[in-house]
Design a protein around this ligand. Structure first.
Ligand code: ZN
Length: 432
């Protein structure tokens, strides 16, 4: 935890606020000293308990931009922040993905009180379920909504409940919105807003399995090849006024990106329209996108012993797994490692694995490990795949031939572990 983070929480003058910060700092330093992370979470929690108005006060006088989505919010946030940092000197963001109340307090408190009089932009990723509970306090002037899909169903219930809670949250909202026009749950959540506030972006996102029925009337939705939806009963449909993503624009976005996958093109399209709405020139936006090589370990490439390279992908839910499988099955076949857990943060119920299309995905040399390796192995064997079970990442990598490339797809808690282990293995290989 750096000094600017500690010293910057000063705009509040009440004794309560100062006390809250002092206690928060102490707790954060203890947490860091004990090696339990950087201290932002504990700082945010303590400040929040000691001063219930902390979040609201910290967001005051900042221009708040919020990115929320089931998939892609961390990457979209990073792309937007990268471009804003080129144009403005005071930009803060929750780059490490701490996207609930405590994380937002810590991010907002990290603002440096510079000598200049320039405004401060807060580019904040916010958990889609937490957003309604803190929306009024942070007063965003721009919202970027990606998608809503099933995620940890055992804990959080159906997607439509989030969509409805967003619709209620947005009553009376006068800021602007950049939204994925191909997601019925997103479009439904915005259906009571004045149309001139919303820019719908045509992402042509291909995952429809969480939106088979109309969020408005419950009848079946029909989808065309362009990923546009229409309810034949109540006419609820993809908005007519989708922002024009010409082929040339999609090509420019695609060419500018260093991060892989169609899903990242969709993230970048949303980020592009968000940056454009603040007048950032396209040239600056594309240059910034090209500077993002990985986002918090997502898509990072490691060089390991035996000239083996591995690329790490995070996949948390059926939508994410299907997008990732589509990506890794392109081109020449590579080794594939699946690292699979079902802890609380992953969702304890893995039955959604049966909604992931392993059947039609060509994969070579599939190796599986993780606490729920058996669930994954069973699913793959039902899909007709030959699988090699292993007990750890080092064992899994040992199964790959020298001079080969391997894609690793990991569930959330495995991804966190591998984000620490793989850089270490990379370092060891380079020092030999
Ligand atoms: Zn309908």
């Amino acid at each position: 935890m750096n000094d600017s983070f500690m010293q910057s929480y000063i705009p509040m003058s009440s004794i309560r606020n100062k006390l809250a910060v002092s206690i928060g700092k102490l707790a954060a330093m203890s947490s860091s000293a004990l090696g339990k992370g950087t201290g932002e979470q504990i700082f945010g929690r303590i400040v929040d308990i000691a001063d219930p108005n902390a979040l609201k006060n910290l967001a005051l006088n900042k221009r708040v931009i919020v990115i929320s989505s089931t998939n892609g919010k961390t990457t979209t946030t990073r792309l937007i922040a990268q471009a804003f940092q080129k144009e403005h000197s005071n930009v803060l963001t929750n780059a490490l993905g701490a996207n609930q109340r405590a994380g937002l307090i810590a991010a907002l408190a990290s603002s440096k009180q510079g000598d200049n009089n320039e405004e401060t932009f807060a580019i904040l990723e916010v958990d889609e379920r937490s957003l309604p509970g803190l929306f009024d306090e942070i007063q965003p002037e721009l919202l970027i909504f990606g998608n809503l899909s099933r995620d940890q169903l055992d804990r959080f219930g159906e997607v439509s409940s989030i969509s409805k809670s967003w619709q209620k949250m947005l009553e009376g909202y006068k800021g602007k919105v950049i939204a994925n026009g191909n997601d019925p749950h997103i479009v439904f959540s915005l259906s009571n807003l004045e149309s001139q506030l919303v820019t719908y972006v045509d992402t042509k996102s291909s995952w429809h399995d969480d939106a088979n029925t109309c969020p408005k009337c419950g009848e079946l939705l029909s989808w065309d090849k362009q990923s546009h939806f229409k309810c034949l009963s109540c006419n609820f449909s993809t908005p007519d006024d989708l922002a024009a993503n010409s082929n040339q624009l999609i090509e420019e976005v695609t060419n500018s990106l260093k991060i892989p996958g169609k899903w990242n093109i969709n993230n970048a399209l949303l980020a592009l329209w968000a940056c454009r709405s603040f007048g950032i020139p396209d040239g600056t936006i594309f240059t910034s996108f090209g500077e993002v090589k990985e986002v918090s370990g997502r898509n990072a490439i490691f060089n390991l012993e035996g000239n083996k390279t591995v690329q790490l992908f995070l996949a948390k839910n059926p939508a994410g797994w299907n997008e990732t499988l589509t990506h890794i099955s392109k081109g020449s076949p590579r080794n594939t490692i699946f690292a699979f857990n079902c802890n609380i943060a992953d969702g304890k119920d893995p039955s959604w694995l049966y909604d992931v299309d392993f059947e039609s995905t060509p994969l070579k040399n599939i190796i599986v490990f993780g606490e729920r390796e058996l669930d994954m192995r069973l699913r793959l064997e039902i899909a007709g795949k030959k699988v090699t079970p292993t007990i750890s990442i080092t064992d899994a990598i040992a199964q790959c031939e020298k001079n080969s490339h391997t894609n690793i797809v990991a569930s959330y808690t495995q991804f966190l572990k591998l984000s620490r282990t793989l850089p270490q293995l990379n370092k060891e290989a380079q020092s030999k």
